[in-house]
Design a protein around this ligand. Structure first.
Ligand code: PMP
Length: 419
């Protein structure tokens, strides 16, 4: 590629010989690769999992900023402790209590978004070849991290009640019998990304039992739990097992992802290592961002804000389901009770990745199902994220999507798989 400033030609392979072997596992994610296209205003993006931050009360954010600058500027602009701001950790206790969790501030570690918490955990626990059990499908960002650590990702059968404890035990036992080290179970039990599915109350203790009996640490990732549309989801798994579950939380979906503040509630046995890992990676989580969150929580009716988000996303979910019923009757969908996502299953023979350029041509974008598997599955699935466009645009997006899918289906009906 030509560098306009220097006139030189960039050789992107110039340092290939020097990369660590695991760098080959870093590839552009299917979600990220879409960002350039979907940011065009004429495209309705059902792709990236972005909150609708326009629903935040901007005046309150400004007030939090002004108060921080006026009263605590020298702290906000300074390094902080590696575990994170104490006042924020106390406030996090109150938020986690909403999910039935009774955690100590000593066991909370603040991270740069929960993605960073996941990265730290993967770094602490996974050697190359270790096994991580995940749902089928699983969160693309987690699959990416585990792949980068050269772990073996094993998807476990998951239905509309969440991951199956029976299949989990079978998968773990088969791998253990082969002498594999099965280290972690990673799951998003509430309104999962990408499926929208919630792990049933009955299965939660069963999943925990399977893992406890086999020495498998459970990583419970819960960024969407407070964004329920009807009934609250069942209590967090962490509330049932303090020693066997690492809990990840985030302000990205209930407040703003731009602040990049997340947290880990770790079993006491792990917490110290986690703090050391955090310090080693970033010295201290961003003081300014933590104190902005803390200030916001103290001046705002944040529960009211979450209520606003709930109503807004419920409306968008309804718009998506209505449009699917109307325009895509041959496509099946999950019906999430919260969160941001629907998971579509297309009739056999359609390939969502190959279809994507056609969809973008119709001015709609989505994430192909293969992004959510480490093993190539998901070719006839699509993740629809309904949280960011307006309800009206969600409908328009799905109508555009139906133009592509229905044409493909007509071709398939007429010519079979050779179409
Ligand atoms: N876990 C899940 C399931 C997510 O959907 C996301 C964001 N897409 C994250 C973790 C990371 O969120 P953040 O780093 O913004 O807290």
């Amino acid at each position: 590629m030509n560098n306009a400033r220097t006139g030189s030609v960039t050789n992107f392979d110039a340092w290939k010989h020097a990369y660590a072997a695991r760098a080959s596992n870093l590839s552009v994610s299917e979600v990220r690769a879409l960002f350039a296209v979907v940011s065009r205003p004429e495209v309705v993006s059902l792709a990236g999992g972005m909150p609708d931050v326009s629903a935040l009360d901007g005046a309150l954010i400004e007030q939090a900023f002004e108060s921080l600058m006026k009263n605590k500027r020298n702290f906000a602009l300074q390094y902080g402790g590696g575990q994170g701001d104490l006042r924020l950790r106390e406030q996090i206790q109150g938020i986690m209590a909403q999910d039935g969790i009774n955690g100590s501030v000593e066991d909370i570690v603040i991270t740069t978004g929960s993605q960073h918490g996941l990265e730290l955990l993967a770094d602490l626990f996974l050697d190359a070849g270790d096994v991580v059990l995940v749902e089928a499908p699983s969160y693309v960002g987690a699959v990416g991290i585990f792949r980068h650590k050269e772990a073996q990702i094993e998807h476990v059968f998951t239905d509309d009640e969440g991951i199956s404890p029976v299949a989990l035990a079978e998968a773990a036992d088969a791998l253990l019998a082969q002498g594999r080290k099965v280290k972690l179970l990673y799951l998003v039990p509430n309104f999962a990304n990408p499926s929208g599915v919630t792990l049933s109350e009955a299965r939660r203790p069963e999943v925990l039992k399977v893992c406890a009996e086999r020495g498998i640490l459970v990583v419970e990732d819960n960024p969407y739990g407070l964004l329920y549309f009807g009934e609250k989801p069942p209590k967090a798994m962490r509330s049932l097992d303090e020693d066997g579950v690492v809990y990840l939380g985030s302000f990205s979906k209930i407040l703003s992802p731009g602040l990049r503040v997340g947290y880990v509630l770790a079993p006491p046995a792990i917490r110290e290592k986690l703090v050391l890992a955090n310090e080693s990676a970033i010295l201290s989580p961003a003081t300014f961002a933590q104190m902005m969150v803390s200030e916001y929580l103290s001046i705002a009716d944040w529960q009211g804000q979450i209520e606003t988000y709930r109503r807004l996303y419920a409306k968008k979910r309804d718009a998506a389901l209505e449009a699917l019923e109307q325009y895509l009757p041959r496509v099946t969908t999950t019906r999430p009770d919260g969160g941001f996502f629907l998971w579509l299953t297309l009739p056999e023979g359609l390939n969502s990745k190959e279809m994507l350029p056609l969809a973008v041509n119709e001015l709609v974008a989505y994430t192909p199902g293969t992004a959510f598997y480490g093993d190539g599955r998901g070719a006839n699935n699509i993740r629809v994220c309904f949280s960011h466009p307006t309800a009206e645009n969600v409908k328009i997006g799905i109508k555009r999507l139906s133009n592509v899918i229905n044409l493909q289906l007509d071709l398939l009906d007429t010519f079979g798989n050779k179409a």
